[in-house]
Design a protein around this ligand. Sequence first.
Ligand code: PGA
Length: 261
Amino acid sequence: MRKKIVAGNWKMNLSAKEALALVNELKVKIDHQPDTKNPKNSNGLPEVLLFPPYVYLSRVLEVFKNYEGVSVGVQNIHQEGKGAFTGEISPLMVRSLGGTHTLIGHSERRIHFNEDDELLAKKVALAMKNGLIPVYCCGEMLPDREAGKHFQLVAEQLKKGVFWMNEDEVKNIIIAYEPVWAIGTGQTASPEQAQEMHAYIRQLISDHYSNKIADEMTILYGGSCNAKNAAELFAKEDVDGGLIGGASLKADDFFRIIQSF
Ligand code: PGA
């Protein structure tokens, strides 16, 4: 059975005080999940991943210390292991604090920081070398979809960024399909559009590796996923959860999404 995951990408939002209030509120909600014998590891919830701005990493990790089912990571890493790269952070730093995951290739990194698939492949490799699990983001822009090129484009992103790995490596990563036109716009992909692309991605994985690997890999949907539409999206066969931006900034909304399976 592949993992169900709900991930929160806070992007560049929240003060330290707000961030701590959010995680503490979230923790209380998870602890008080009804029908729970042991709220810390068998509460029937999907795995939760949090991606705060990295300056808050230690503090968020502290709140969820020894807490099964909630993992914390960063939104980006540098592609080099260490050195003279002022302002950057390395996967080793994240791992040494206890962070376990990193987003790689979010469309905002691709668009605003010109990150291309070759660079992202380096980041993926370095993350894994340092024991971080990459959440590799892919997805098309609106003109690509309108031109009917969305499948081809996503295939390209995966081929360059991910499919160079061997079977043992690839099965440990998480893929997030995030159509750029749906991110932060309130215009969610329909459950059918999400399912169609997720099934396509799973088929690509199957063609490149095997059915077994494709079956084991978690593919998240992201793009204006919220407490109202999450259940419909997560009900689709190949949608294994969500990567949530705006709606992950409020404990109530995010927790309702977590409960949407
Ligand atoms: P959104 O962002 O939920 O605010 O659309 C999703 C994302 O960018 O990961």
